[in-house]
Ligand binder design. Sequence first.
Ligand code: F6R
Length: 257
Amino acid sequence: MEVIIQADYDAVSRVAADLVEELVRKKPDCVLGLATGGTPVGLYQELIRRHQEEKLSFSKVTSFNLDEYYGLTPDHPQSYHYFMNEELFDHINIPKKNRHVPDGMAKNVEKWCKSYENKIKRAGGIDLQVLGIGGDGHIAFNEPGSSLVSRTRMKTLTEETIRDNKRFFNKNETVPIHAITMGVGTIMDAKHCIMIATGEKKAKIVAAALEGPVTSQVTASVLQMHPKTTVIIDEAAAKKLKNHKYYRWCYDRKPTG
Ligand code: F6R
């Protein structure tokens, strides 16, 4: 696991965008795994800028999103379909047929989840998976106690996640309590994972995930067992890391080639 500590949110977004750009230029038909939430917005803005100003093309890219609230239609302003259109898809050129976001209205959820897994497999697997981390340590919506080999399925959200995500909903709206989410095992199959986190609020859980035991109680901790994960965080989110000096030392002396 490589840990990259940057000064602030913008720098984190730029470094994450560099990794996405590097892959897209090297492998134009790559498969990206995408996340929603507040954290990746800066990364998406940077990708949009590079698309518009620097001819970064996504015309052959395929994408799979991590999760979607169960019970929200794609046109619901708080759905992750809507978020992805607003924050990324409407501004870059990933072909519509290549974009995949879990169906929050799926009737036969088990069957639908299996077909999502098959689509990922048929696409050749995820080359680069973008991840955030929840306050309770979740990646995607793999809440504490999720099996570390789980596949795409329906999950019940924790009270903490529901509380955290309330900020995206209007006062009179209720946050859905279920979501369809890629499993921990699905994420672990990605060839490269990048996890981004910023702000002091994330410092404690980032330390637990990176330097604590690997446990289903903090599903992000399983990334310690992933063969290629890059964690990109700002100073505030790095505050509680015991080995922060070593991570900086390594990054400054990164071997080239
Ligand atoms: C979103 C997702 C979640 C978020 C996490 C952090 O698709 O899978 O795991 O990455 O809840 O959310 P923010 O970035 O809003 O703090």
